[in-house]
Design a protein around this ligand. Structure first.
Ligand code: WT7
Length: 700
């Protein structure tokens, strides 16, 4: 990252301050954390022992002797000496009291289909049977990696918990990702078993998902990895809903194989606290996604603790986190956190607005959901398609969460007044795939809400905003890079197979002394620009690296660009974010063609198709612009911020130092004229958005 980025990110705080909303009294009365003494328990003077409170929410086979081991920074170890099993903690231990309570309520997308209730007893049986299959049919054992490429069906958490039971490390890839993206992750994680499904419902269609397994296996093979077994669940057991043939000796229908494991019980394998529980890949500044490795004891403690205090989950609540389990939000706050607390967790298969804009609220009403958790992109879509729908349904939320992207204060207000009916508390939770659980949020009964701000650091998390040189930026002054000064139990352990990248990306920038074994010298660099108001609340601006957050999903510009470069006509490519009414950000791709090729609609379509095939539908660009040349510095670097300014109508900034300033005007004229014609001009941007676009691309 260059020096220039910094100065631009360090903008003065002159933004409008939003008003506070106090937590509703009815919420405070029943909250898990309503005594302010909790702040003292988690104050820095009590670190790291304060996290004993989270770990004590779990059942340990062997209690730990050391809360935090800092002997090999920044590879922190939590609850050292402790042993436990995550599946036991999420399932078995609840049987005595909650055997017949719903663990999951699964809502299939077709509205005529029956809702499926899976009790803790049923979950116990299904997890055990599938664990037996993984162990005895696939030969999997503790430490092995397995890749899952599953949509939102109950078989996904069942498979995760079955892996956890054996100490097998699961690696779930978002179901919407392409087969190729899945295959790269199979190879990187060294999995030789793939767990998938034949088909699932999305927006009214039964999608052929098994087709993606073929691409995945081919991509894995290209990277030198062999998939030996493919376990194929069937969306309708007994009926195969994919056109792709099953490969004999490699592909197996889970419902058929499971018949041999009926009623089998598998002893949960007692794992060391620091044994990896799962991998979750995420985008960064290079074309290669990073496999974030999460621990068993630290992670599970952290998601249990934050689910209790920040999601305010009680066993009698009906909790609906409307995210996909293929993302970290789903791992932490649909599966592990809620189940560790014996919650009832709702899972919905499909699209929020299928078959109409009332669907989400019908589900909430019918199931008696009282805690609702989703992302700004979903909130925006629900508002756009049905601003008055919530009031038609008789549901009542006590608590709502927003996560994954900055939420515009205006959207926040609709969430509060219309969705929450002025009765629900809101937490705006800031965190990342790498973090395991929340980093920034208000404690719902004890801290007032402020639209657009996530709030202060959560319990036991001490954030700081650093300037580029590592000097803390005082609250109420300027923006800078948000860092966490201390380790916490949910932090990932490493990037799988790339420990040096882990140190370099997250710790090198602000490490005060590489030889120090004192955690104070190793702040965690989150990669987000943020500013802190005088009240201590943080406002997250967005990524300071080359990552575009589309509908709450991280996409690396390098990944998008290398997918684009697979199209033979393309000589150069640059991906930039464009402010999007629904998805927060969308992607636009600028390309220059190799000599001899003429711009055409076909080439644009080829680029879009390449991105969809190599990454997934969510990455599909909003526009592909074929330009005569890319704006470049004298040293030949593409100036992404200049084209980002063009795409967003925010101006091109200073272009006098470019090698080819004349091309900027040509591009600007072409792109903007076309956009005006299509009616695709942005609304007035917020100050936060303007800052983000201005700072984009400075990472080079
Ligand atoms: C990036 C992490 C954490 C689960 C979902 C996304 C942005 C996340 C917020 C928020 C503003 C947010 C950040 C962060 N982000 N939550 N409440 N307000 N921005 O996980 O895919 O790892 O993305 O999402 O830029 O770095 P992820």
């Amino acid at each position: 990252m260059s020096e220039t980025q910094v100065s631009e990110a360090e903008i003065a705080v002159h933004w409008r301050e939003e008003e506070y909303f106090p937590p509703p009294a009815s919420f405070i009365g029943q909250a898990n954390a309503s005594d302010p003494a909790i702040f003292d328990r988690f104050a820095e003077k009590n670190f790291p022992e304060c996290f004993k409170e989270y770990a004590d929410l779990l059942t340990w086979d062997k209690y730990w002797h050391t809360t935090l081991d800092t002997s090999n920074p920044p590879f922190w170890k939590w609850f050292v000496g402790g042993k436990l099993n995550a599946s036991y903690n999420c399932v078995d231990r609840h049987l005595a009291k909650y055997r017949n309570k719903a663990a999951f309520i699964w809502v299939p997308e077709p509205e005529s289909a029956q809702t499926l209730v899976i009790t803790y007893q049923e979950l116990y049986v299904r997890v055990n049977e599938f664990a037996a299959l993984l162990r005895d049919f696939c030969g999997l054992k503790a430490g092995d990696r397995v890749t899952l490429h599953m949509p939102m069906v109950p078989e996904l958490p069942i498979a995760m918990l079955a892996c956890a039971r054996l100490g097998v490390i699961h690696n779930q890839v978002f179901g919407g990702f392409s087969g190729t993206a899945c295959g790269d992750r199979i190879a990187d994680s060294g999995s030789n078993v793939l767990i998938t499904i034949d088909a699932y419902y999305r927006n009214g269609d039964l999608l052929d998902h098994k087709a993606k397994a073929e691409d995945a296996i081919a991509a894995a093979k290209k990277n030198g990895a062999k998939v030996e077994k493919v376990l194929v669940w069937r969306r309708h057991p007994g009926t195969y809903s994919s056109k792709t043939p099953m490969v004999k000796g490699r592909d197996f229908f889970v419902d058929e194989v499971l018949a041999d494991y009926r009623g089998k019980i598998v002893e949960p394998v007692s794992m060391p606290a620091e044994a990896p529980l799962f991998l979750m890949y995420t985008s960064g500044t290079t074309a290669r996604p990073k496999g974030c490795q999460h621990s068993t004891g630290g992670y599970l403690s952290y998601v249990a603790g934050t689910s209790k205090y920040y999601q305010d989950i009680h066993p009698e609540d009906t909790y609906w986190c409307f995210a996909d389990i293929g993302w970290i939000t789903g791992h932490s706050y649909i599966v592990y956190g809620p189940l560790a607390l014996a919650a009832t967790s709702v899972m919905y298969e499909g699209v929020p607005t299928y078959p109409d804009a009332g669907r989400t609220w019908r589900i909430a009403e019918r199931l008696g959901v009282n805690i609702f958790h989703t992302a700004p992109t979903t909130i925006r879509m629900l508002r756009k398609l049905g601003p008055d729908e919530p009031k038609k349904y008789n549901y009542h939320f006590k608590h709502m969460t927003t996560v994954g992207e900055p939420i515009e204060p205006d959207v926040w207000r609709w969430y509060y007044h219309s969705v929450g009916k002025d009765e629900a508390v809101i937490v705006d939770t800031w965190w990342q795939t790498e973090n395991g659980g929340f980093l920034g949020s208000t404690l719902p009964a004890l801290q007032a809400m402020k639209p657009g701000s996530c709030g202060p650091g959560v319990l036991g998390i001490y954030p700081v905003i650093n300037d580029e040189k590592g000097k803390p930026v005082p609250a109420g002054s300027r923006a800078g890079n948000i860092c966490i000064r201390n380790p916490w139990p949910g932090i990932f352990q490493t990037i799988y197979g790339a420990p040096e990248r882990f140190v370099q990306i997250y710790y090198e920038k602000y490490c005060k002394d590489k030889n120090s074994k004192d955690w104070h010298d190793w702040p965690y660099f989150a990669g987000d620009g943020a500013l802190q108001a005088e009240d201590g609340y943080f406002r997250i601006i967005g990524r300071v690296d080359d990552v575009i957050n589309v509908a709450g999903h991280r996409l690396g510009t390098k990944e998008l660009e290398s997918a684009t470069m697979t199209v033979e006509e393309i000589a150069e490519a640059a991906a930039v974010p464009v402010i999007d009414e629904l998805r927060g950000r969308a992607v636009e791709i600028y390309v220059a063609l190799k000599p001899g090729y003429k711009p055409s609609k076909e080439i644009e379509a080829k680029v879009a198709a390449a991105i969809e095939n190599l990454i997934g539908k969510i990455a599909r660009p909003k526009n592909v612009w074929i330009v005569p040349d890319m704006p470049k510095t004298r040293s030949g670097k593409i100036m992404r911020r200049v084209i980002a300014g063009i795409s967003n109508f925010t101006g091109t900034g200073d272009i006098t130092t470019l090698a080819n300033p004349e091309v900027v005007e040509v591009i600007q004229h072409h792109v903007q004229a076309e956009k005006v014609e299509r009616g695709d001009t942005p609304r007035k941007l917020t100050e936060q958005e303007l800052e983000e676009i201005k700072a984009f691309g400075h990472a080079e």
